[in-house]
Design a protein around this ligand. Structure first.
Ligand code: PLP
Length: 421
């Protein structure tokens, strides 16, 4: 459920007409709903209510400071994967003891920054990283709390580019080597093992792969405890999918996910962490664009819009589907027409949808890409020297630009000219 709905014949974000925002901000732009962000966070928080838990928002999904503050003020922790994200989380007011640090390539500088500023735990992904962490922590006279990310060799049955839990993926250590690596970790003086971490992929639309992975984590917990390790925390990762196609998909609900967690690992008495990103931000954001031209090709019509692959790369990168709707509500019964919906960038990959049935649209019409809140703005680039598009946040009947569109001068002057030119 989200808060982008037709009212009085046009699309609203909460209590604000999208047309008002477009008139003020210009197109294209990202638009987020505070109520939807908070609703999704609370769904997870409530789903784990029976257990000691922390919901750590995977901020790589959408990391604007205003979004982070919205969630942090509701009590969310953060899952960060880089120094930049760590610093963003701290700047948004998240205390270090609510930040977990994931990622396969943490550098010594990143580790030092997190140890200095405070950190709940590092999710270690390899033995060399463990050695590096130990060395940095030791040099600072600190002890670093860690979980070790195990790769349970489970097929997440999702898009190949976002599956992370198979043995051929680069993530974590093979679960078969876990005992050995935990033994090594226990011997390192500047590392304190606090738990186990697992994350098998993104946009999972079925609970079965999670259940398989968590069952393996439960078994591993018993084994590691018998080996003498104090396993008191389980980080179960993120990855719960969202319904990109409203008409024909119904991914699992957070409540059922929480019940499954209770069933698979609840008896262990561990503190539970989860790291949802997409489910919190995905349906909390839309991208609004304007039709520039309607072009009739041979046998097909193109809607050429002012948004492009540099603004929203998911269709080009993951063959992702986004529901696309007109901002002005069509009269019921209006006949639909197939369009290829494309951006102006000089690449065939700059195609958002092929032969998509839409009501007839004309130059100047506004359209909205649903489910664009996660992995949208954060993956945008300035390819073709197109400015990063603004981000706008709605809260009830208020809205604010939370990242302005840069001017062309700002973009050009970011480059510096060598003295020989
Ligand atoms: C990307 C990622 C997440 C978030 O995944 P979503 O599918 O957005 O929920 C959580 N944890 C880790 C380690 C990740 O890499």
């Amino acid at each position: 459920m989200d808060h982008f709905m037709y009212q009085n014949g046009s699309l609203y974000a909460e209590d604000v007409p999208v047309t008002d925002i477009a008139a003020r901000v210009g197109t294209p732009f990202y638009l987020y709903s505070t109520a939807t962000l908070l609703r999704h966070y609370k769904l997870f928080d409530e789903a784990l209510a029976g257990m000691d838990h922390l919901v750590c928002y995977a901020m790589k999904a959408a990391s604007n400071q205003a979004i982070l503050m919205t969630l942090a003020q509701a009590g969310a922790g953060m899952d960060v994967v880089s120094m930049g994200e760590y610093l963003r989380a701290r700047a948004a007011g998240v205390p270090g003891d609510k930040i977990v640090f994931s990622g396969v390539g943490k550098t010594a500088e990143e580790i030092r920054t997190a140890l200095e500023g405070g950190i709940r735990q590092f999710n270690l992904e390899s033995e060399p990283e463990m050695v590096a962490l130990n060395a940095v922590a030791k040099s600072m006279g600190k002890v670093a709390p860690v979980t070790i990310r195990v790769n349970p060799d489970v097929d997440a049955k999702t898009h190949a580019k976002i599956a992370t839990g198979k043995s051929e993926n680069k993530f974590g250590i093979p679960i078969s080597r876990a005992r050995e690596v935990y033994r090594q970790a226990a011997e390192m003086e500047a590392i304190e093992v606090v738990g186990i971490d697992v994350h098998i992929g993104s946009q999972l639309t079925d609970l079965a792969p999670f259940e398989l992975a968590y069952t393996k984590v439960a078994e591993l917990t018993a084994i590691l405890r018998a080996d003498g390790h104090d396993i008191r925390r389980l980080d179960l990762g993120g990855g719960l999918g969202i319904p990109y196609e409203r008409s024909n998909s119904a991914p699992p609900l957070p409540l059922d996910y929480g019940a499954m967690i209770q069933r698979t690992v609840g008896h262990l008495g561990c503190e539970i962490e989860i790291e949802p990103g997409r489910l919190i931000a995905g349906n909390a954001g839309i991208m609004v664009a304007r039709v520039i031209y309607v072009k009739s090709g041979e046998g097909r019509d193109f809607l050429i819009i002012d948004g492009a692959m540099n603004d929203l790369i998911r269709p080009a990168m993951y063959d992702a589907h986004h529901d696309i709707i007109p901002v002005i509500e069509p009269t019921p019964g209006t006949e639909q027409h197939p369009y290829d919906i494309v951006g102006p960038v000089c690449e065939s990959g700059d195609t958002f949808a092929k032969q998509r049935s839409m009501v007839p649209l004309f130059a100047g019409d506004l359209i909205a890409f649903r489910s664009a809140g996660a992995y949208g703005a954060v993956m945008a680039s300035e390819y073709n020297t197109r400015p990063l598009i603004p981000e706008v946040l709605v809260n009830g009947d208020q809205f604010a630009v939370i990242r302005p569109r840069p001017t062309f001068d700002e973009m050009i002057n970011r480059d510096t000219i060598p003295e020989w030119l």
